[in-house]
Ligand binder design. Structure first.
Ligand SMILES: O=C(CO)COP(=O)(O)O
Ligand SMILES: [Zn+2]
Length: 209
């Protein structure tokens, strides 16, 4: 279902405030997008999600090209790549949330799946978390890999950076990125403690499509 641009703008501003007010984004980090009938509405580059308004939002097309409004997020190409790869998804959330960003800096991660399925909600909302190799923010060299990764699943972790998660709606994408953050926190809390994640079969039974 495609959202109209005015509704999408309201959704982006509400989600931005919600994330920023709870410390899930800080400074001018993170960006949100929603696919609309007109293109992809996305937060502008350099904006704080604590103060961005509906009038500040940028419009790009699915190729990532600029259409209207202020200069889009430098990660606009990533949002467009994910939405091209996932026609059933209509929104993308990217954050530098503390615990997920911390995990993205850890050595020895499994590049196919950076976090264990510690809880049922993690298995339901994220499932698998591929780790993408380090690129500087805004480096479009990541575009092809991000698009290919998004064809396999709706979540990915950018090395030394943070998560990118899509959803059928912005609410779903934000819900999933929050679940990822909380699971990253649990993972760090449990370091040094013998831990029993879900079994592969238990996780697979809950995995999102
Ligand atoms: O998260 C960010 C870069 O990765 C923020 O960039 P923008 O301000 O360009 O959206
Ligand atoms: Zn970022």
């Amino acid at each position: 279902m495609t959202t109209d641009t005015a509704t999408a703008a309201d959704q982006i501003v509400a989600a931005a405030r919600s994330l920023f007010s709870r410390g899930l984004t800080h400074g001018s980090t993170g960006n949100l997008s929603v696919r609309t009938a007109d293109g992809i509405l996305i937060t502008p580059t350099g904006s704080s999600l604590g103060t961005v308004t509906a009038a500040d939002l940028s419009l790009i097309d699915v190729s990532g090209a600029y259409l209207d409004g202020p200069k889009p997020s430098k990660e606009a190409f990533l949002h467009a790549a994910v939405l091209r790869a996932r026609p059933g998804d209509h929104a993308v959330a990217h954050t530098h949330s503390t615990h997920a960003a911390a995990v993205s800096c850890m050595d020895g991660l499994d590049p196919d799946d950076a976090l264990p399925p510690l809880t049922a909600y993690y298995a339901m909302r994220i499932g698998r978390l591929p780790l993408l190799p380090y690129h500087a923010p805004g480096d479009a060299a990541l575009e092809a890999l991000a698009e290919a990764t998004a064809r396999e699943g709706h979540a990915m972790l950018l090395r030394n950076h943070g998560p990118v998660v899509s959803g059928r709606t912005l609410a779903a994408a934000v819900d999933a990125v929050e679940e990822l953050e909380e699971t990253a926190k649990l993972h760090l809390l449990l370091r040094g403690t013998a831990t029993r994640p879900l079994t592969a079969a238990q996780a697979a039974a809950l995995r999102p499509s």
